[in-house]
Design a protein around this ligand. Structure first.
Ligand code: F0G
Length: 368
């Protein structure tokens, strides 16, 4: 019988801080497709794969961490959870809190989150407050709320989130048979680059499981990590926090990443880089993915692809390698960008009358 995916906690229980007795909060996250990107592979001469995280239950990679964070919240006896978010974390927290029977409070930067994400948080019944500030201000308040009030913090500063998100690396290795040569991804608050690097390292060495003894190494190597930030919100490139981050890729509009040191460690231990791509490069990669690969992502999710294309143009992408790019969130989260042409004008669908001859003419078809 075909195997039904059971969510990341049950699939990887031996490598996560859970036991048989843990009450697992899951919506069946993980097990996302690793799509061979034919045009990016042709461009670079390497085998390029896309880890399509938009296929998670709420449409982003955040669900991998949220199943762990919400499971931890329930174990801790919490009644309410809180997070700051550029949108995806709030959508995920709201859905998983509903599944757990907990109240959920989300703090988002006013006017800077996409309609899709806003509607998810509202639909799942979260209490949503728009803060007159940016994501970094929201996270500051969320942390203080978690410290001084009876609400459980589910941002990625909570280590349970990183534990859940490291399963992305496990899945890549399980499906490729070994780690790729390069792993490429967008960097915002830097939880995901931290989590992937942790996952790759744990899979490449014997692992002391809390429940299953010593597990042998699964992979023979770890990848080089390449992270990409939006140019207007690139604190790792600047080498210091940015007070006024700005980019159309609202998901990664972050100036003071919480996981600073662990992102630097992932970059340096892996021999990798964290570089910047412009909004134009992000939108061009967004278009490339939808029009050439058949994969629809939100703009922030295209930053890794934009980075690969940029490095290829600079002659910095070796051929004959295996490259995995995490595309982090679904295109339907923020669909407006697909309705703009390259010169910025709005796409207007052609209107026709209700008649086959007119439709055929509009299509330039001649009768056979
Ligand atoms: N891509 C998307 C679609 C995101 O939503 C985020 C972060 C990132 C990439 C960056 O990941 O923060 O782990 O470096 N979104 C957070 C949120 C901040 O609130 O949804 P990161």
């Amino acid at each position: 019988m075909a195997h039904q995916w059971r969510g990341v906690i049950r699939e990887y229980a031996e490598r996560l801080p859970v036991t048989e007795a843990t009450k697992v909060i899951t919506l069946g996250e993980g097990g996302t497709p690793l799509v061979h990107a034919q045009q990016l592979s042709a461009l670079t001469g390497s085998d390029v794969y896309l880890k399509v995280e938009g296929m998670n239950p709420t449409g982003s990679f955040k669900d991998r961490g949220m199943t762990m964070a919400m499971t931890a919240a329930v174990a801790a006896g919490a009644k309410a959870v809180v997070c700051a978010s550029t949108g995806n974390t709030s959508a995920s927290a709201a859905a998983y809190a509903t599944a757990a029977g907990l109240k959920c409070v989300v703090l988002v930067p006013e006017g800077k989150i996409s309609m899709g994400k806003l509607s998810q948080a509202i639909a799942h019944g979260a209490t949503l407050l728009q803060v007159n500030g940016n994501f970094d201000d929201c996270l500051d308040i969320a942390r203080k709320l978690g410290e001084s009030y009876p609400v459980f913090l589910v941002n990625s500063v909570n280590p349970a989130r990183i534990e859940g998100q490291k399963t992305g690396a496990f899945e890549v290795v399980d499906w490729l048979g070994d780690a790729p040569d390069f792993h490429v991804l967008p960097v915002g608050n830097a939880g995901n680059i931290t989590a992937y690097w942790k996952g790759y390292k744990e899979y490449c060495a014997p692992f002391e499981s809390a429940t299953a003894g010593t597990l042998p190494a699964v992979s023979t190597r770890t990848p080089v990590m390449w992270g990409f930030q939006a140019a207007g919100a690139a604190p790792f490139v600047a080498g210091h926090p940015i007070t006024e981050p700005d980019t159309i890729a609202t998901a990664i509009r972050i100036g003071n990443p919480a996981s600073w040191d662990t992102a630097i460690a992932a970059r340096d231990e892996s021999g990798g880089v964290i570089e910047a791509v412009t909004d134009e490069e992000i939108l061009s990669a967004h278009r490339w993915l939808s029009a050439r690969e058949g994969v629809f992502v939100e703009p922030g999710s295209a930053a890794g692809v934009a980075g690969l294309i940029k490095k290829h143009a600079a002659g910095e992408v070796p051929a004959g390698k295996t490259i995995v790019i995490t595309v982090t969130g679904h295109g339907l989260k923020d669909p407006q960008w697909a309705l703009r042409t390259e010169d910025g004008s709005e796409v207007q669908p052609v209107k026709v009358s209700n008649d086959v001859v007119t439709v055929a003419m509009a299509l330039g078809l001649e009768e056979k």
